[in-house]
Design a protein around this ligand. Structure first.
Ligand SMILES: C[S@@+](CC[C@H](N)C(=O)[O-])C[C@H]1O[C@@H](n2cnc3c(N)ncnc32)[C@H](O)[C@@H]1O
Length: 222
């Protein structure tokens, strides 16, 4: 059992529960054609984000890491007609591809793509008084996930949900000797979450088309 099985199960699940979808398929195709890396969430993972945002009843969503807008489309579809999603992307070229994909999906009025390194964009959002956010998805440069988590937490309200992707890294999370900064950042993220009385959280390990990794899911209690 391994990658081949995980991918086959992802395809089976997606075939039944996240079936063919013109806008999402077009977003993947356009991103590939534009030379973007194929590092978007898998269809079942996109579906999970959509479900979590709907379970939360999210009206405002913040996303770190847009790429071609694939996860953005899943998340924006969970919003009511007057909902809003702000997504942060460092790479201008990726953001342009995302804007086209999001417009093609009919979500151009709902989604606000902000270009620039997220830590810089956050200062602007702060100045604008953005938030609170009902749902935050952290999926940008992994070394900064702890900073993004703490920023999002301050702009959450009781009941808000914060999800961080790529926190397990094929098990490297549990190896304290691993000196890779992105792995160490995931350990810092876990330590910060553990020390934070305002959240209840867990990390769920995942296997699938994207390999072996995991999500941290935090519910803001207060
Ligand atoms: C894993 S991809 C996001 C995938 C996307 N969430 C999806 O599933 O469709 C990470 C993205 O974060 C962007 N990124 C990297 N560093 C960033 C930063 N400092 N600020 C904002 N975005 C950044 C990358 O350019 C890349 O597009």
């Amino acid at each position: 059992m391994g990658q081949e099985t995980w991918t086959a199960v992802d395809e089976y699940v997606a075939g039944l529960l996240a079936p063919h979808d013109d806008s999402l398929d077009a977003a993947v195709a356009a991103s590939e054609q534009a030379g973007l890396p194929a590092i978007q969430v898998s269809p079942p993972q996109g579906n999970l984000l959509y479900l979590l945002a709907r379970l939360r009843g999210a009206r405002t969503i913040l996303e770190f890491g847009t790429l071609g807008g694939y996860s953005t489309i899943w998340l924006a579809r969970a919003l009511p007609a007057d909902g809003r999603l702000i997504t942060l992307e460092a790479d201008d070229r990726y953001a342009q591809v995302a804007l086209e994909n999001i417009a093609r999906a009919g979500l151009g009025e709902v989604v606000d793509v902000r270009v620039g390194p997220a830590l810089e964009t956050l200062s602007l959002l702060e100045a604008e008084g953005a938030g609170p956010f009902d749902f935050t998805f952290i999926d940008a440069d992994k070394v900064n996930s702890p900073s993004y988590f703490s920023w999002a937490l301050e702009r959450s309200r009781p009941g808000s949900v914060i999800v961080a992707d790529n926190v397990v890294w094929a098990g490297a999370l549990a190896d304290p000797a691993n000196e890779d900064p992105k792995i160490q950042a995931q350990r810092r993220l876990h330590e910060a979450v553990a020390a934070e009385p305002r959240v209840t959280a867990t990390t769920i390990q995942t296997v699938g088309a994207k390999g072996y990794d995991g999500f941290t899911i935090a519910l803001v209690d207060a």
